[in-house]
Structure formats: C-alpha cells, structure tokens
Design a protein around this ligand. Structure first.
Ligand SMILES: Cc1cc2nc3c(=O)[nH]c(=O)nc-3n(C[C@H](O)[C@H](O)[C@H](O)COP(=O)(O)O)c2cc1C
Length: 320
C-alpha cells in the first residue's frame, strides 16, 4: 500500500487533456468547464465529427467547432472516417476555421460505427488502415493525432498496430488500452500499455480509467515518468475538478459545483427547446457524478427520473 505522502511527492507531471465524449463534452460543457475548473486542462477534444457524403458537416457539428464557441481553449476537432478523401475534405475545412491539429478516431466501439469498419472497427482492417494513413499523412494540411484502442479482440494486437503507426508522423498517439469488444468494461490493460509505450516512435498519451492521484502515480511509475500526457474522460464527469487537483490545485467545493451546474443548466436552456432535452443533458452528467455521492443514492435516483426543471432544481439541492 502506497503512503499518501509518496503519492503527493510524486514528481510525475504530465499534461492533462479532456477526453471527447459524444453527447456530453460539446461546446456548452467545454466552456463551462474552462470557466469553472479549467486549471490544468491543456487540450480539449470535440466528440467525433462524421464524414457525410453529401455535405461536409451538420449544423450541430459546425456549431461545436465554430471558433467563437471555443474562445480561449486549445481545441482539437476529432474526425471519424475510413475514407481518406472524406477525412481530407473535413480536415481542409477545419484548417479554414483556424485549426492546426485534428484527431482521427480509431477507438469508437459502438456497433453502428465499428461494424462499418470505422472507429475501432478500422483496427481489424490493417492493410486498409495503412493505406488510409498513408493518404491522409501524405496530403494533410494540419497536424494529425490519433486516438486508438489496442485492437479488436486481443490486447497484443497493439504491437502490430504500433508498427503501422510508427510509419507516420503522428502528432500524438492517444492509447486507450481496451480492445473493441471490451467496450468500457473491465480494467484497462495498463500492463500492455507499459510494454508497448517505449516502442512508439511518436509521442504517446495515455487514456483510460484515471480517477485519482493513485492512478497518476501508477502511470508515472509504469512509464519511468516518461509519459508526457494523460487524457481523462469519465473521471472528469464524476469530479470536474479532477485535473485541477491532479495539477496541484484544490478539489471542488459544494458552492463551486453548484455554480458549475447552474451555468450548464442555464446555457443548455438557452440553446435547447423545452425541459426534456435540457434534463436529458443534466441527467446524463449525473449518471456519472452519482459515484461521487454514494450516500445520496435515493435523491439521485429521483433526480434521474424527474420530469421538469423546477423539480430538478429541488432534487439537485437535496444532493448538494
Ligand atoms: C458517453 C461517452 C462518449 C464518448 N464519445 C467519444 C467520442 O466521441 N470520441 C472518442 O474518441 N471517444 C469517445 N469516448 C471514449 C472516451 O473519450 C474515453 O476514451 C473513454 O471513456 C476512456 O477514458 P476514461 O476511462 O477516462 O473515461 C466516449 C466515452 C463515453 C463514456
């Protein structure tokens, strides 16, 4: 068992990134997070933008990447594609909006995406993936980073994948050490990550199940303090001050959390019509945040079922 002092004295100081989470980390959430808990968050990523055949992006996607909706944050738009021309079309458009880096999604495990050979489904088509990467890196107009799982079925697939990624100037390789079929279940394979990490010629960022200082200590120890960056997703939904506290700042106070949630409620209400879609956003967040309030089980259950914003406000007060 590690002492708290050993964990606090840890001199491993990676950069921290907010993971993309479709349906949650859109521009409304990112702006609120930056204003209330932005300390230590070096990069933000958009949820994936899909390549459409007939148009470049949907209005929802354009709203999410508009520079005026993302002032003061380093934002990396993420693209989901398995067709190089489509990828390059969106990448060019993103450059016109001023972006210097885009991210390729090779991680999405959902059936609708992966069964079409995109996201983590692309990892099972090694030759096609290699050809795709050749074309996008050859013709790129921005830097391209990659966010990947470690394979489709077996964790060892990562070693073969690394041989492919090493052929290209990947701005940063973000590795989530689960295979496609694990979805988000079980433990991330940190052992495989630590073995594979030194074999990457490109800078590597770790992503998966980071919830505490202990996790960061383990990543520092496992990588010989050489890892440069860590991306956090669900841990930030549970505790929006996690990156701030990992970067030497404080954990949230109840007042801070209240005002963060009030800001989200206000901003979602401005852009969404009716209580329902707003409540859906707040409830989705609470479905992760509930783990930070194990003794408020009953109240949170009611909150997750509530049907109006006025009811929601009362229930939120009963939790916080
Ligand atoms: C609700 C939800 C939506 C997600 N959407 C995306 C996405 O759009 N693009 C992506 O690359 N990963 C997406 N992910 C995966 C996360 O970015 C991250 O890789 C994963 O949750 C593991 O990291 P964590 O344990 O820190 O959450 C999503 C995850 C969740 C839970």
């Amino acid at each position: 068992m590690l002492s708290e002092k050993a964990i606090d004295d840890n001199d491993f100081n990676p950069d921290y990134y907010l993971a993309p989470m479709e349906g949650i980390t859109g521009y409304i959430y990112r702006n609120a997070l930056r204003d209330h808990f932005g300390q230590g968050i070096i990069k933000y990523y958009t949820p994936f933008l899909v390549v459409h055949e007939k148009r470049a992006m949907s209005s929802k996607e354009i709203n999410d990447i508009l520079p005026e909706h993302n002032e003061g944050l380093y934002l990396v738009p993420q693209i989901l594609a398995d067709d190089a021309d489509g990828f390059l079309r969106i990448e060019k458009m993103l450059k016109e909006f001023g972006y210097k880096e885009v991210n390729l999604n090779l991680g999405c495990p959902s059936k609708t995406v992966a069964s079409k050979g995109r996201g983590s489904g692309f990892l099972g088509r090694i030759e096609a993936l290699d050809e795709f990467l050749y074309r996008i890196y050859e013709n790129r107009v921005t830097d391209i980073s990659i966010k990947t799982r470690i394979g489709v079925s077996l964790p060892d697939e990562l070693f073969e994948l690394l041989e492919i990624f090493n052929k290209y100037p990947v701005k940063e390789l973000i590795i989530h050490p689960r295979v496609r079929y694990e979805y988000y279940k079980g433990q991330a394979h940190r052992d495989i990550f630590f073995r594979a990490f030194p074999k990457s010629c490109n800078p590597v960022c770790y992503n998966g199940d980071v919830l505490s200082k202990e996790d960061i200590f383990e990543l520092g120890a496992g990588s010989g303090n050489k890892l440069k960056a860590v991306m956090i997703g669900r841990g930030m939904l549970r505790d929006p001050s996690l990156i701030r506290s990992l970067s030497g700042g404080s954990s949230y106070s109840t007042d801070e959390l209240r005002s963060f949630l009030a800001r989200l409620l206000r901003d979602y209400s401005e852009v969404l019509s009716g209580d329902r879609p707003v409540l859906q956003k707040m409830k989705e967040l609470w479905s992760y945040m509930q783990y930070s309030f194990p003794d408020k089980d009953k109240q949170i259950k009611s909150l997750l079922k509530c049907r109006s914003i006025s009811e929601y406000r009362l229930l939120e007060m009963s939790v916080l």
